[in-house]
Design a protein around this ligand. Structure first.
Ligand SMILES: [Zn+2]
Length: 494
Protein backbone atom coordinates (compact mmCIF):
# COMPACT_ATOMS: atom_id res chain seq x y z
CA UNK A 1 0.00 0.00 0.00
CA UNK A 2 1.29 3.49 -0.91
CA UNK A 3 1.23 6.30 1.66
CA UNK A 4 1.18 9.99 1.01
CA UNK A 5 1.90 13.01 3.19
CA UNK A 6 -1.05 14.98 4.48
CA UNK A 7 0.06 17.83 6.70
CA UNK A 8 2.45 16.08 9.06
CA UNK A 9 0.76 12.71 9.02
CA UNK A 10 0.82 9.87 6.56
CA UNK A 11 -2.43 8.51 5.25
CA UNK A 12 -2.98 5.70 2.79
CA UNK A 13 -3.30 6.98 -0.76
CA UNK A 14 -6.41 4.90 -1.19
CA UNK A 15 -8.17 6.67 1.65
CA UNK A 16 -7.26 10.10 0.29
CA UNK A 17 -8.58 9.22 -3.16
CA UNK A 18 -11.72 7.98 -1.46
CA UNK A 19 -12.25 11.42 0.04
CA UNK A 20 -11.86 13.07 -3.35
CA UNK A 21 -14.37 10.73 -4.93
CA UNK A 22 -16.77 11.22 -2.05
CA UNK A 23 -16.50 14.99 -2.40
CA UNK A 24 -17.04 14.76 -6.16
CA UNK A 25 -20.61 13.70 -5.45
CA UNK A 26 -21.30 17.01 -3.73
CA UNK A 27 -21.54 19.78 -6.29
CA UNK A 28 -21.38 22.81 -6.03
CA UNK A 29 -18.05 23.23 -4.33
CA UNK A 30 -17.54 25.17 -1.12
CA UNK A 31 -17.21 28.96 -1.25
CA UNK A 32 -13.75 30.35 -1.85
CA UNK A 33 -11.83 31.06 1.35
CA UNK A 34 -9.68 34.15 0.71
CA UNK A 35 -7.39 33.41 3.69
CA UNK A 36 -6.25 30.05 2.41
CA UNK A 37 -2.60 29.94 1.41
CA UNK A 38 -3.10 28.29 -1.94
CA UNK A 39 -0.46 26.69 -4.12
CA UNK A 40 0.14 28.95 -7.11
CA UNK A 41 1.94 26.07 -8.77
CA UNK A 42 -1.08 23.81 -8.56
CA UNK A 43 -3.54 26.45 -9.71
CA UNK A 44 -1.36 27.46 -12.63
CA UNK A 45 -0.97 23.81 -13.65
CA UNK A 46 -4.73 23.44 -13.63
CA UNK A 47 -5.55 26.75 -15.26
CA UNK A 48 -7.89 26.35 -18.21
CA UNK A 49 -7.74 22.57 -17.88
CA UNK A 50 -10.00 19.70 -16.97
CA UNK A 51 -7.83 16.87 -15.69
CA UNK A 52 -7.97 13.49 -14.03
CA UNK A 53 -6.54 13.09 -10.56
CA UNK A 54 -3.69 11.01 -12.02
CA UNK A 55 -2.76 13.83 -14.39
CA UNK A 56 -2.03 16.24 -11.53
CA UNK A 57 1.51 15.83 -10.18
CA UNK A 58 0.61 17.06 -6.69
CA UNK A 59 -0.10 15.31 -3.38
CA UNK A 60 -3.71 14.31 -3.17
CA UNK A 61 -4.17 16.05 0.19
CA UNK A 62 -3.00 19.33 -1.32
CA UNK A 63 -5.46 18.91 -4.18
CA UNK A 64 -8.27 18.10 -1.81
CA UNK A 65 -7.46 21.06 0.44
CA UNK A 66 -7.90 23.31 -2.58
CA UNK A 67 -11.29 21.76 -3.14
CA UNK A 68 -12.32 22.24 0.47
CA UNK A 69 -11.24 25.87 0.36
CA UNK A 70 -13.24 26.41 -2.83
CA UNK A 71 -10.37 26.88 -5.26
CA UNK A 72 -11.05 23.90 -7.47
CA UNK A 73 -14.11 21.94 -8.53
CA UNK A 74 -14.73 18.27 -8.98
CA UNK A 75 -16.96 17.27 -11.85
CA UNK A 76 -18.36 13.85 -12.50
CA UNK A 77 -16.48 12.13 -15.31
CA UNK A 78 -19.47 10.07 -16.44
CA UNK A 79 -23.04 11.18 -15.94
CA UNK A 80 -26.22 9.20 -16.45
CA UNK A 81 -28.58 10.45 -19.15
CA UNK A 82 -32.09 9.42 -20.08
CA UNK A 83 -30.83 6.86 -22.57
CA UNK A 84 -27.51 5.90 -21.10
CA UNK A 85 -24.32 7.75 -20.28
CA UNK A 86 -22.46 10.92 -21.15
CA UNK A 87 -18.70 11.32 -20.92
CA UNK A 88 -17.92 14.75 -19.58
CA UNK A 89 -14.47 14.83 -21.13
CA UNK A 90 -15.12 13.75 -24.71
CA UNK A 91 -18.89 14.11 -25.08
CA UNK A 92 -19.38 10.45 -26.01
CA UNK A 93 -22.97 9.21 -25.64
CA UNK A 94 -22.80 6.10 -27.80
CA UNK A 95 -23.84 3.10 -25.71
CA UNK A 96 -21.39 0.69 -27.36
CA UNK A 97 -18.49 2.96 -26.44
CA UNK A 98 -19.10 2.53 -22.74
CA UNK A 99 -18.15 -0.53 -20.74
CA UNK A 100 -18.72 -1.64 -17.18
CA UNK A 101 -16.42 -3.55 -14.89
CA UNK A 102 -16.28 -4.44 -11.25
CA UNK A 103 -14.31 -1.50 -9.90
CA UNK A 104 -11.83 -2.12 -7.11
CA UNK A 105 -12.03 1.55 -6.17
CA UNK A 106 -15.75 2.05 -5.79
CA UNK A 107 -16.38 -1.64 -5.04
CA UNK A 108 -19.31 -1.93 -7.40
CA UNK A 109 -20.05 -2.11 -11.07
CA UNK A 110 -18.58 1.03 -12.60
CA UNK A 111 -18.98 2.38 -16.14
CA UNK A 112 -16.14 3.95 -18.08
CA UNK A 113 -15.73 5.67 -21.45
CA UNK A 114 -13.89 3.65 -24.09
CA UNK A 115 -13.82 6.50 -26.58
CA UNK A 116 -11.22 8.70 -24.90
CA UNK A 117 -9.46 5.96 -22.97
CA UNK A 118 -6.09 6.61 -24.63
CA UNK A 119 -5.94 9.80 -22.55
CA UNK A 120 -6.54 7.97 -19.25
CA UNK A 121 -9.68 6.25 -18.01
CA UNK A 122 -12.73 8.36 -17.16
CA UNK A 123 -15.17 6.29 -15.11
CA UNK A 124 -18.23 6.90 -12.94
CA UNK A 125 -16.07 7.14 -9.86
CA UNK A 126 -13.42 9.40 -11.38
CA UNK A 127 -13.77 13.13 -10.92
CA UNK A 128 -12.52 15.60 -13.50
CA UNK A 129 -10.77 18.47 -11.78
CA UNK A 130 -11.21 22.08 -12.81
CA UNK A 131 -9.83 25.31 -11.37
CA UNK A 132 -12.31 27.99 -10.30
CA UNK A 133 -9.72 30.73 -10.43
CA UNK A 134 -9.60 33.21 -13.30
CA UNK A 135 -6.42 33.15 -15.27
CA UNK A 136 -4.11 36.11 -15.11
CA UNK A 137 -3.40 37.27 -18.62
CA UNK A 138 -0.28 39.04 -19.79
CA UNK A 139 -0.66 41.98 -22.12
CA UNK A 140 2.01 42.34 -24.80
CA UNK A 141 2.72 45.72 -26.31
CA UNK A 142 4.20 44.76 -29.66
CA UNK A 143 4.35 40.95 -29.80
CA UNK A 144 4.65 40.47 -33.57
CA UNK A 145 8.11 40.61 -35.12
CA UNK A 146 7.59 39.95 -38.80
CA UNK A 147 8.46 42.11 -41.75
CA UNK A 148 6.99 40.14 -44.59
CA UNK A 149 4.43 41.64 -46.92
CA UNK A 150 0.95 40.50 -47.85
CA UNK A 151 -0.60 39.89 -51.24
CA UNK A 152 -3.81 41.87 -51.53
CA UNK A 153 -5.81 38.64 -51.06
CA UNK A 154 -3.94 37.93 -47.84
CA UNK A 155 -4.36 41.49 -46.61
CA UNK A 156 -8.10 41.34 -47.10
CA UNK A 157 -8.38 38.07 -45.16
CA UNK A 158 -5.98 39.25 -42.42
CA UNK A 159 -8.23 42.26 -41.80
CA UNK A 160 -11.25 39.98 -41.55
CA UNK A 161 -9.44 37.82 -38.96
CA UNK A 162 -8.62 40.88 -36.84
CA UNK A 163 -12.23 41.96 -37.02
CA UNK A 164 -13.53 38.51 -36.01
CA UNK A 165 -11.18 38.53 -33.01
CA UNK A 166 -12.26 42.03 -31.99
CA UNK A 167 -15.93 41.05 -32.16
CA UNK A 168 -15.59 37.51 -30.78
CA UNK A 169 -17.14 36.10 -33.94
CA UNK A 170 -16.71 32.96 -36.01
CA UNK A 171 -14.98 33.19 -39.37
CA UNK A 172 -14.11 30.71 -42.10
CA UNK A 173 -10.95 31.53 -44.04
CA UNK A 174 -11.22 29.62 -47.32
CA UNK A 175 -7.76 29.91 -48.77
CA UNK A 176 -6.38 28.00 -51.76
CA UNK A 177 -3.34 25.75 -51.25
CA UNK A 178 -0.30 28.02 -51.24
CA UNK A 179 -2.23 31.20 -50.36
CA UNK A 180 0.01 31.75 -47.33
CA UNK A 181 -2.69 31.26 -44.72
CA UNK A 182 -0.40 31.02 -41.69
CA UNK A 183 0.86 34.58 -42.17
CA UNK A 184 -2.74 35.75 -42.56
CA UNK A 185 -3.19 34.89 -38.88
CA UNK A 186 -0.32 37.07 -37.65
CA UNK A 187 -2.12 40.44 -37.32
CA UNK A 188 -5.08 38.77 -35.58
CA UNK A 189 -2.89 36.89 -33.10
CA UNK A 190 -0.94 40.12 -32.56
CA UNK A 191 -4.15 41.96 -31.69
CA UNK A 192 -5.31 39.17 -29.37
CA UNK A 193 -2.01 39.18 -27.44
CA UNK A 194 -2.13 42.97 -27.14
CA UNK A 195 -5.51 42.58 -25.49
CA UNK A 196 -4.23 39.88 -23.13
CA UNK A 197 -6.24 37.16 -24.84
CA UNK A 198 -5.32 33.51 -24.93
CA UNK A 199 -4.89 31.98 -28.36
CA UNK A 200 -4.94 28.35 -29.45
CA UNK A 201 -4.16 27.00 -32.89
CA UNK A 202 -5.54 23.49 -33.15
CA UNK A 203 -4.96 21.09 -36.01
CA UNK A 204 -5.84 17.44 -36.52
CA UNK A 205 -2.26 16.44 -37.33
CA UNK A 206 0.91 16.30 -35.23
CA UNK A 207 3.05 17.09 -38.32
CA UNK A 208 1.33 20.45 -38.59
CA UNK A 209 1.87 21.23 -34.88
CA UNK A 210 5.58 20.51 -35.32
CA UNK A 211 5.75 22.71 -38.39
CA UNK A 212 3.75 25.62 -36.96
CA UNK A 213 5.40 25.89 -33.55
CA UNK A 214 8.81 27.17 -34.71
CA UNK A 215 7.16 29.58 -37.15
CA UNK A 216 5.04 31.06 -34.37
CA UNK A 217 8.04 31.29 -32.05
CA UNK A 218 9.92 33.25 -34.71
CA UNK A 219 6.99 35.58 -35.36
CA UNK A 220 6.27 36.16 -31.65
CA UNK A 221 9.74 35.86 -30.09
CA UNK A 222 8.86 37.34 -26.68
CA UNK A 223 5.68 35.34 -26.14
CA UNK A 224 5.72 31.89 -24.53
CA UNK A 225 4.54 29.39 -27.14
CA UNK A 226 3.81 25.76 -26.34
CA UNK A 227 3.26 22.79 -28.66
CA UNK A 228 0.97 20.00 -27.44
CA UNK A 229 0.64 16.57 -29.04
CA UNK A 230 0.89 12.97 -27.84
CA UNK A 231 4.28 12.68 -26.10
CA UNK A 232 5.06 16.41 -26.17
CA UNK A 233 7.50 17.87 -23.64
CA UNK A 234 5.27 20.89 -23.06
CA UNK A 235 2.60 18.73 -21.47
CA UNK A 236 1.20 20.36 -18.34
CA UNK A 237 2.38 23.83 -19.30
CA UNK A 238 0.17 26.71 -20.31
CA UNK A 239 0.99 29.77 -22.40
CA UNK A 240 -0.66 32.75 -24.12
CA UNK A 241 -0.09 30.99 -27.45
CA UNK A 242 -0.80 27.26 -27.61
CA UNK A 243 -0.46 25.03 -30.65
CA UNK A 244 -2.13 21.67 -30.15
CA UNK A 245 -3.58 18.66 -31.86
CA UNK A 246 -7.36 18.62 -31.62
CA UNK A 247 -7.08 15.54 -29.36
CA UNK A 248 -5.11 17.48 -26.77
CA UNK A 249 -7.96 19.98 -26.49
CA UNK A 250 -9.88 17.35 -24.52
CA UNK A 251 -7.78 18.33 -21.51
CA UNK A 252 -8.77 22.01 -21.73
CA UNK A 253 -11.75 23.76 -20.25
CA UNK A 254 -12.92 27.30 -21.07
CA UNK A 255 -9.34 28.26 -21.67
CA UNK A 256 -9.13 30.21 -24.92
CA UNK A 257 -10.41 33.57 -26.15
CA UNK A 258 -9.33 32.83 -29.70
CA UNK A 259 -9.58 29.38 -31.20
CA UNK A 260 -8.04 28.80 -34.61
CA UNK A 261 -8.79 25.46 -36.28
CA UNK A 262 -6.40 24.67 -39.09
CA UNK A 263 -7.45 22.22 -41.84
CA UNK A 264 -10.92 21.94 -40.45
CA UNK A 265 -11.87 19.50 -43.21
CA UNK A 266 -8.98 17.13 -42.56
CA UNK A 267 -9.55 13.71 -41.12
CA UNK A 268 -10.31 13.01 -38.32
CA UNK A 269 -11.86 16.32 -37.21
CA UNK A 270 -14.45 16.34 -39.98
CA UNK A 271 -15.79 12.87 -39.19
CA UNK A 272 -15.25 12.88 -35.46
CA UNK A 273 -17.82 14.67 -33.27
CA UNK A 274 -15.52 14.14 -30.26
CA UNK A 275 -13.07 16.67 -31.62
CA UNK A 276 -15.76 19.24 -32.25
CA UNK A 277 -16.90 18.73 -28.66
CA UNK A 278 -13.31 19.27 -27.54
CA UNK A 279 -13.13 22.58 -29.41
CA UNK A 280 -16.36 23.79 -27.85
CA UNK A 281 -15.23 22.82 -24.37
CA UNK A 282 -11.77 24.35 -24.70
CA UNK A 283 -12.93 27.79 -25.75
CA UNK A 284 -14.42 30.43 -23.49
CA UNK A 285 -18.10 31.22 -23.72
CA UNK A 286 -17.24 34.56 -25.31
CA UNK A 287 -14.53 33.78 -27.82
CA UNK A 288 -13.81 33.82 -31.52
CA UNK A 289 -13.31 30.78 -33.72
CA UNK A 290 -11.33 31.04 -36.94
CA UNK A 291 -11.55 28.05 -39.27
CA UNK A 292 -8.94 27.59 -41.99
CA UNK A 293 -9.20 25.31 -44.99
CA UNK A 294 -8.56 25.04 -48.71
CA UNK A 295 -11.41 22.60 -49.16
CA UNK A 296 -14.49 23.25 -47.02
CA UNK A 297 -17.11 20.51 -47.17
CA UNK A 298 -20.34 20.82 -49.12
CA UNK A 299 -22.42 21.77 -46.09
CA UNK A 300 -20.15 24.68 -45.24
CA UNK A 301 -19.96 25.89 -48.82
CA UNK A 302 -23.74 25.92 -48.94
CA UNK A 303 -23.89 27.94 -45.73
CA UNK A 304 -21.37 30.42 -47.12
CA UNK A 305 -23.40 30.78 -50.31
CA UNK A 306 -26.60 31.36 -48.33
CA UNK A 307 -24.86 33.94 -46.16
CA UNK A 308 -25.32 31.81 -43.05
CA UNK A 309 -21.63 31.45 -42.39
CA UNK A 310 -19.20 34.33 -42.02
CA UNK A 311 -16.41 33.64 -44.52
CA UNK A 312 -13.61 35.19 -46.48
CA UNK A 313 -11.84 33.62 -49.46
CA UNK A 314 -8.28 33.91 -50.70
CA UNK A 315 -8.66 32.54 -54.23
CA UNK A 316 -5.07 33.33 -55.31
CA UNK A 317 -1.69 32.13 -54.20
CA UNK A 318 0.60 34.62 -52.50
CA UNK A 319 2.82 34.75 -55.62
CA UNK A 320 -0.11 35.76 -57.83
CA UNK A 321 0.04 32.94 -60.38
CA UNK A 322 -3.11 30.90 -61.02
CA UNK A 323 -3.53 27.39 -59.64
CA UNK A 324 -2.42 24.64 -62.06
CA UNK A 325 -5.53 22.99 -63.49
CA UNK A 326 -5.52 19.17 -63.66
CA UNK A 327 -5.78 17.35 -66.97
CA UNK A 328 -7.58 14.00 -67.23
CA UNK A 329 -6.09 11.09 -69.14
CA UNK A 330 -7.74 7.72 -69.63
CA UNK A 331 -5.35 4.84 -68.93
CA UNK A 332 -7.51 1.75 -69.31
CA UNK A 333 -7.81 -1.03 -66.77
CA UNK A 334 -4.68 -0.14 -64.86
CA UNK A 335 -5.43 -2.55 -61.98
CA UNK A 336 -5.28 -5.46 -64.38
CA UNK A 337 -2.06 -4.07 -65.81
CA UNK A 338 -0.50 -3.84 -62.35
CA UNK A 339 -1.50 -7.48 -61.68
CA UNK A 340 0.44 -8.38 -64.83
CA UNK A 341 3.49 -6.49 -63.58
CA UNK A 342 3.31 -3.39 -65.74
CA UNK A 343 1.81 0.10 -65.69
CA UNK A 344 -0.23 1.55 -68.58
CA UNK A 345 1.87 2.92 -71.44
CA UNK A 346 0.86 6.60 -71.04
CA UNK A 347 1.49 6.51 -67.29
CA UNK A 348 4.91 5.01 -67.87
CA UNK A 349 5.66 7.69 -70.46
CA UNK A 350 4.69 10.44 -67.98
CA UNK A 351 7.05 8.94 -65.42
CA UNK A 352 9.92 8.51 -67.90
CA UNK A 353 9.54 12.14 -69.05
CA UNK A 354 9.92 13.36 -65.46
CA UNK A 355 12.92 11.14 -64.81
CA UNK A 356 14.53 12.38 -68.03
CA UNK A 357 13.89 16.05 -67.15
CA UNK A 358 15.05 15.34 -63.57
CA UNK A 359 11.83 16.85 -62.30
CA UNK A 360 10.80 15.59 -58.86
CA UNK A 361 7.35 14.06 -58.98
CA UNK A 362 4.72 12.44 -56.84
CA UNK A 363 2.54 9.57 -58.02
CA UNK A 364 -0.59 9.09 -55.91
CA UNK A 365 -2.20 5.64 -55.83
CA UNK A 366 -5.34 4.53 -53.95
CA UNK A 367 -4.10 1.75 -51.63
CA UNK A 368 -1.04 0.39 -49.86
CA UNK A 369 -1.14 -3.05 -51.54
CA UNK A 370 -1.17 -1.43 -54.98
CA UNK A 371 1.55 0.96 -53.92
CA UNK A 372 3.93 -1.85 -53.09
CA UNK A 373 3.34 -3.60 -56.40
CA UNK A 374 3.75 -0.39 -58.39
CA UNK A 375 6.98 0.53 -56.64
CA UNK A 376 8.44 -2.87 -57.55
CA UNK A 377 7.48 -2.36 -61.20
CA UNK A 378 8.92 1.17 -61.30
CA UNK A 379 12.17 0.17 -59.62
CA UNK A 380 12.95 -1.66 -62.87
CA UNK A 381 13.35 1.70 -64.62
CA UNK A 382 14.99 3.53 -61.70
CA UNK A 383 15.93 1.74 -58.52
CA UNK A 384 15.87 5.00 -56.52
CA UNK A 385 12.11 5.26 -56.89
CA UNK A 386 10.43 4.69 -53.52
CA UNK A 387 6.98 4.40 -52.02
CA UNK A 388 5.59 5.87 -48.82
CA UNK A 389 2.38 5.29 -46.84
CA UNK A 390 0.87 6.03 -43.44
CA UNK A 391 2.30 3.01 -41.61
CA UNK A 392 5.73 3.35 -43.19
CA UNK A 393 8.36 3.45 -40.42
CA UNK A 394 10.76 5.29 -42.71
CA UNK A 395 8.21 7.91 -43.72
CA UNK A 396 10.15 10.91 -42.42
CA UNK A 397 13.46 9.74 -43.93
CA UNK A 398 11.89 9.07 -47.32
CA UNK A 399 10.22 12.48 -47.46
CA UNK A 400 13.54 14.10 -46.56
CA UNK A 401 15.31 12.09 -49.27
CA UNK A 402 12.67 13.19 -51.77
CA UNK A 403 13.22 16.82 -50.79
CA UNK A 404 16.99 16.40 -51.23
CA UNK A 405 16.53 14.91 -54.67
CA UNK A 406 17.81 11.45 -53.69
CA UNK A 407 14.44 9.95 -54.58
CA UNK A 408 13.42 11.12 -58.08
CA UNK A 409 9.82 9.93 -57.87
CA UNK A 410 7.83 9.08 -54.78
CA UNK A 411 4.81 6.82 -55.02
CA UNK A 412 2.38 7.65 -52.24
CA UNK A 413 -1.08 7.11 -50.80
CA UNK A 414 -3.21 10.13 -49.84
CA UNK A 415 -0.99 10.54 -46.75
CA UNK A 416 0.99 13.18 -48.68
CA UNK A 417 -2.05 15.05 -50.01
CA UNK A 418 -1.34 17.86 -47.57
CA UNK A 419 1.62 19.49 -45.99
CA UNK A 420 4.41 18.47 -48.37
CA UNK A 421 5.91 21.46 -50.09
CA UNK A 422 8.69 20.73 -52.58
CA UNK A 423 9.51 23.32 -55.26
CA UNK A 424 9.18 22.51 -58.95
CA UNK A 425 7.26 19.24 -58.70
CA UNK A 426 4.78 17.50 -60.97
CA UNK A 427 2.00 15.33 -59.65
CA UNK A 428 0.00 12.47 -61.09
CA UNK A 429 -2.78 10.31 -59.73
CA UNK A 430 -3.08 6.73 -60.92
CA UNK A 431 -6.67 5.57 -60.57
CA UNK A 432 -8.18 9.00 -59.93
CA UNK A 433 -11.62 7.35 -60.18
CA UNK A 434 -11.10 5.47 -56.89
CA UNK A 435 -13.53 6.36 -54.09
CA UNK A 436 -10.70 7.54 -51.86
CA UNK A 437 -10.03 10.46 -54.19
CA UNK A 438 -12.78 12.86 -53.17
CA UNK A 439 -13.06 16.38 -54.54
CA UNK A 440 -11.24 17.70 -51.47
CA UNK A 441 -8.43 15.15 -51.74
CA UNK A 442 -7.93 15.87 -55.45
CA UNK A 443 -7.88 19.64 -54.88
CA UNK A 444 -5.27 19.16 -52.15
CA UNK A 445 -3.18 16.88 -54.40
CA UNK A 446 -3.27 19.43 -57.24
CA UNK A 447 -2.37 22.04 -54.62
CA UNK A 448 1.11 20.51 -54.18
CA UNK A 449 2.17 21.88 -57.59
CA UNK A 450 3.49 25.37 -58.42
CA UNK A 451 3.66 26.66 -54.87
CA UNK A 452 7.02 28.40 -55.07
CA UNK A 453 7.35 31.79 -56.74
CA UNK A 454 10.36 30.53 -58.75
CA UNK A 455 8.36 27.62 -60.18
CA UNK A 456 4.70 28.67 -60.16
CA UNK A 457 3.66 26.12 -62.83
CA UNK A 458 3.69 22.37 -63.15
CA UNK A 459 1.81 19.38 -64.43
CA UNK A 460 -1.16 17.85 -62.63
CA UNK A 461 -2.37 14.68 -64.35
CA UNK A 462 -5.29 12.49 -63.30
CA UNK A 463 -4.94 9.05 -64.94
CA UNK A 464 -8.26 7.26 -64.77
CA UNK A 465 -10.38 4.32 -65.92
CA UNK A 466 -13.60 6.37 -66.19
CA UNK A 467 -14.14 9.95 -65.02
CA UNK A 468 -16.00 10.52 -61.75
CA UNK A 469 -18.12 13.38 -60.42
CA UNK A 470 -15.46 14.03 -57.82
CA UNK A 471 -12.80 14.50 -60.48
CA UNK A 472 -14.97 16.95 -62.39
CA UNK A 473 -15.89 18.80 -59.20
CA UNK A 474 -12.21 19.12 -58.25
CA UNK A 475 -11.34 20.60 -61.63
CA UNK A 476 -14.29 23.01 -61.45
CA UNK A 477 -13.32 24.00 -57.92
CA UNK A 478 -9.82 25.00 -59.08
CA UNK A 479 -11.10 26.81 -62.17
CA UNK A 480 -13.66 28.71 -60.10
CA UNK A 481 -10.95 29.89 -57.70
CA UNK A 482 -8.77 31.05 -60.62
CA UNK A 483 -11.76 32.85 -62.07
CA UNK A 484 -12.56 34.59 -58.80
CA UNK A 485 -8.91 35.55 -58.36
CA UNK A 486 -8.85 37.09 -61.85
CA UNK A 487 -12.11 38.92 -61.23
CA UNK A 488 -10.82 40.41 -57.99
CA UNK A 489 -7.57 41.46 -59.70
CA UNK A 490 -5.42 39.16 -57.55
CA UNK A 491 -3.50 37.54 -60.41
CA UNK A 492 -0.27 38.80 -61.93
CA UNK A 493 -0.85 40.29 -65.34
CA UNK A 494 2.32 40.17 -67.40
ZN1 LIG B 1 -14.83 9.87 -23.00
Amino acid sequence: MRFITAGNQLIPEQLAKERVREAAKHIPSPVINPHFSFSAELLSFLEGKQLLLDELPFPIELIHAHYEQGYIMYEKGITKTENGYHCQRCGNEEAHLFASFFCARCRQSCTYCRKCITMGRVSECTPLIVSRMLMENTVYKQPLHWNGTFSSGQQYAANAVVQAIDNAEQLLVWAVCGAGKTEVLFPGINRALQLGKRVCIATPRTDVVLELAPRMKRAFPNVPVIALYGGSEDRGKSAPLTIATTHQLLRFYKAFDVMIIDEVDAFPYSVEPMLQYAVEKARKETSSVIYLTATPNEQWRKEVKQGKRNAVTIPARYHGFPLPVPTFEWCGNWRKAVQKQFVPRNVLQWIKDRLFQRKPSLLFVPHIELLEKIVLILKRIDRNIEGVHAEDAERKEKIAAFRNGDIPLLVTTTILERGVTVPNIDVAVLGAEDRIFTEGALVQIAGRVGRSAQFPNGDVRFFHYGKTKEMLAAKQHIERMNHEAAKRGLLKTT
